[in-house]
Design a protein around this ligand. Sequence first.
Ligand code: MG
Length: 433
Amino acid sequence: MKWFGSSGVRGVSFEDFSIELSMRIGYATGSRYRDIVIGRDGRITGQIFLSAISSAIMSMGANACDVGILPTPSLAYATRDRDCGVMITASHNPPEYNGVKLWNPDGSSFDTRQMEDIESLMMSEHELADWSSVGSLKTDSNAIHDHSEGILARVGESKIKVVVDCANGPASLITPYVLENMGCRVTTLNAQIDGSFPGRPAEPAEENLSALRNAVLHAHADLGIAHDGDADRMVAIDDKGRYAGGDVLLKVFAKQVGAKSIVAPIDATMVLEDWFSDRLYRTRVGDAFVSEKVKERNADFGGEPSGTWIFPEMSLCPDGIFAAAKLVEICAKKRLSELVDSVPSLPMIKETISFKSSIRDEIISNLNEKIASVESTEVDRTDGYRLRFEDGWALIRLSGTEPKIRIAVEARTMQRAKEIMERMMKVARSCLK
Ligand code: MG
């Protein structure tokens, strides 16, 4: 595809992601769908793109409904009574970025076939509607309220003390209120919407959450919650101030939500295989693939180590706010530190090797040949090469966005993990020659 990646269209505002490009998205969606809901995260260029896309939608004779600034999962939830949802966001990217992600009424993001359809419409010439039959633009300020009510109807009471870091994004408008309504005592950090992200970078990586960690420890809070720029993601800090990232929370959720079948990408821990065996469905790396598989397999829960959580009882959209509410509910019964300590943790090592993008094709064909020389019990080609060994696994794949080889290894002991990694690094390096 020319413009769409696995997370929709994304780029630097007015450069790769231009007003013209956004209008093409508007013409394309407006020619395919009649009733479109549109919203945006807190980015500085958001209103400009929202105006451009809405204008294009209306000029195709379709109706748009502007639900204002809100998290991506709230927009996806608002799509349930419409034909299509348009979210203007660049998720956790730096402030100069913006983009668009498209949504279905069931909360799933557009799949490959739908994105290809929109792309081909973006390249076509469109005849605008007659002046007397253009569409309308309504505004609706209830989307966040409706999403909150939907969440509160599905979770119980919790009276714990929580600190929420909203990343200066639209989570500020919903997560603290949802948790308060559940009975929590809530303190907030970075809860003013500001598209320049003055508080911290929008990605909830461990190195960006020292303020949250300090706040949890100083307030003697039970839990810290951190979102990304559009709140489809959520990670936590436990009551001991330790980072509980996506890989840790994946195990906690898998154990605690009572799921009988789950979906996780192939780079997630093999502890899940120990627990779920053939009720675990693996996918390519990327939350859209997890969501697709949850739908296809009718699974109870899907999660990704990046911090995206899909609870199909709520929506097929990764929902950081619902996940925060679920975690708060779980932590009312047991401290997060105890839950984290009770799940097995196997050594996992990750490495990346950069290469010149011009030799990408050569690396792909070399990899195919070199991997065959490694003795393993099984090779899974879901995404790159996942080699299974008696006591561990290795994943070697090319990044979809950068010229990098990514390697992940997990084993029962650290010594074994290092041995496997050494072997895989040799394979990867030999492909560069
Ligand atoms: Mg996001």
